[in-house]
Design a protein around this ligand. Structure first.
Ligand SMILES: Cc1ncc(COP(=O)(O)O)c(C=O)c1O
Length: 383
C-alpha cells in the first residue's frame, strides 16, 4: 500500500532526538530550530517528560471519558496556575484543528449565532469549521464552504468596526492568532486585540484566541494574546502542549455553562496525554522556559538585524520570522543542506524560527554564525 502523498518531504530520516538536536539514520546531527512545526516546547525526549510518560504507560494508557480521570483535574489546576486563567474551564481534545472546531462550535452554542470573523492569512486547521476560517482556498473543499465566514484584513480596526456596525447581531465569534504562524509570523497589534475584545463585548460575540502555535509560552507570555492586557473568552491550544504527544484543548471562560453531551471526544484527555501535558508544564515552570524564550528570542532578533540582506525581522519570544530577498531564496535549503539546521518557512519568502523554548544561547550563536556564512556565500555568488 502506498502512503497518500500529501507532504513535500525533505529526503531525511530522523531516528533520534535530544534537546534541540536530531540525528538522521546516517548519524548526521542537525540543530532543530523548527521544533517539528512548533511542537517541541521543552526539548526533544526531555528526561522528565520521558519518565512521566513511561511511568504512566506502566499504569494505564487510556480509558474513555466515561470514568473519572484525576490526571485531567491535575492538568486543569496546573494550567490555570501557569497560564493565570484560574477561573477558566478546560476541555481536552487531540489536535489544534479540533480545539478550534470546538471553540467555534461552543461560541455558536453560547449565542445561537452563525457568522464568524476571521482574518487574512489566518490558519486555524483542516477540519470543517477550522478550515472554513483558514485563508487558503486550496485547502477548503466545497463542502466546507458554508458562507458563514467573513474574512477581514489583519490588524485593520476600521474594517472590523464597520463589519460589526453592519452585522454585529449576527456575529457569533471572532477567531484570531496572537501571532500568525503559517501566515508568516505576523503579530496582532495589541490595540487590535483590545478592539476585538470591546466589539465582542458590545455585540455579544465571542473572542477566540487561537493559541495553537503562538501559545504555551512560545511568545514569552503563556498566551501571546496576553500582551494586549485583555482576556479572550476561549483559548485554543495544541502543538507545544504535549511536546510531541498529540494533545489539544480549549480554556473556556466562566460565563460558558457546560451541559452533558455538548462537546465530546473518545481520545481527548486520556491518561497518557495528560501525563505528557503535565510533564511539559512542570518543565516550563521548573526550568523557567518562558524567561528563556524572551532572552534567547531577543538575542536572535538583535543578531539577525546585523545580517545584511535579511529583512523585516519580527515576532515575539521564540516565534521569529524574517523575509529573505529573492536573490537569497535558497537560504533555507542551504541552512539545512550545508549547515544541518532545520528552520520553518512560509511561502513565498519567509523563514520561521520555532525552536524548543529551552534553546541554549550557544545553539542560537551557532545559528547566527551559520546564517552569516550562508548569506555571505550567497552574496559573493550574486556579486
Ligand atoms: C495557529 C494554528 N491553529 C491551528 C492549527 C492546526 O493544528 P493541528 O495541525 O494540530 O490540527 C495550526 C497548525 O499549524 C496552527 O498553526
Amino acid at each position: 500500500m502506498n502512503l497518500f502523498d500529501v507532504y513535500p518531504l525533505n529526503d531525511i530520516t530522523i531516528v533520534k532526538a535530544k534537546g534541540s538536536y536530531v540525528w538522521d539514520d546516517k548519524g548526521e546531527q542537525y540543530l532543530d530550530l523548527y521544533g517539528g512545526h512548533a511542537v517541541i516546547s521543552i526539548g526533544h525526549t526531555h528526561p522528565h517528560w520521558v519518565k512521566r510518560v513511561e511511568e504512566q504507560l506502566e499504569k494505564i494508557a487510556f480509558y474513555s471519558n466515561s470514568v473519572r480521570i484525576p490526571l485531567q483535574q491535575q492538568l486543569a489546576d496546573m494550567l490555570g496556575r501557569v497560564s493565570g486563567k484560574e477561573d477558566y474551564q478546560l476541555f481536552l481534545c487531540n489536535s489544534g484543528a479540533e480545539a478550534n472546531e470546538n471553540a467555534l462550535k461552543l461560541a455558536s452554542f453560547y449565542n445561537g449565532r452563525k457568522k464568524v470573523i476571521a482574518f487574512s492569512k489566518a490558519f486555524h486547521g483542516r477540519t470543517s469549521l477550522a478550515v472554513a476560517t483558514t485563508d487558503n482556498p486550496n485547502i477548503v473543499a466545497p463542502v466546507n464552504e458554508t458562507g458563514n465566514v467573513i474574512f477581514l484584513p489583519f490588524n485593520d480596526e476600521e474594517a472590523l468596526e464597520k463589519c460589526f456596525a453592519e452585522q454585529g447581531g449576527a456575529i457569533s465569534s471572532v477567531i484570531i492568532e496572537g501571532i500568525q504562524g503559517v501566515g508568516g509570523i505576523n503579530v496582532a497589534d495589541d490595540s487590535f486585540l483590545r478592539k476585538i475584545r470591546s466589539l465582542c463585548d458590545e455585540h455579544g460575540a465571542v473572542y477566540i484566541a487561537d493559541s495553537v502555535q503562538c501559545g504555551y509560552g512560545r511568545s514569552g507570555k503563556f498566551f501571546s494574546h496576553d500582551f494586549a492586557g485583555v482576556s479572550a473568552d476561549i483559548y485554543s491550544m495544541a502543538k507545544g502542549m504535549g511536546n510531541g504527544f498529540p494533545v489539544g484543548g480549549i480554556l473556556i471562560a466562566p460565563k460558558f455553562k457546560a451541559r452533558h453531551g455538548m462537546l465530546g471526544t473518545t481520545f481527548g484527555g486520556n491518561h497518557l496525554a495528560c501525563a505528557a501535558a503535565l510533564a511539559v508544564l512542570e518543565v516550563i515552570e521548573s526550568e523557567k522556559l518562558m524567561g528563556n524564550a524572551v532572552m534567547i528570542g531577543k538575542y536572535l532578533r538583535e543578531e539577525l538585524e546585523n545580517i545584511p540582506g535579511i529583512q523585516n525581522i519580527r515576532g515575539r519570544g521564540l516565534m521569529i520570522g524574517f523575509d529573505v530577498p529573492e536573490a537569497m531564496k535558497g537560504l533555507r535549503k542551504n541552512l539545512l543542506g550545508n549547515q544541518k539546521i532545520f528552520t520553518g518557512e512560509s511561502k513565498p519568502n519567509v523563514i520561521r524560527l520555532l525552536p524548543s523554548l529551552a534553546l541554549k544561547k550557544r545553539d542560537a550563536e551557532d545559528f547566527i554564525e551559520a546564517m552569516k556564512e550562508e548569506v555571505g556565500l550567497m552574496q559573493n555568488a550574486n556579486a
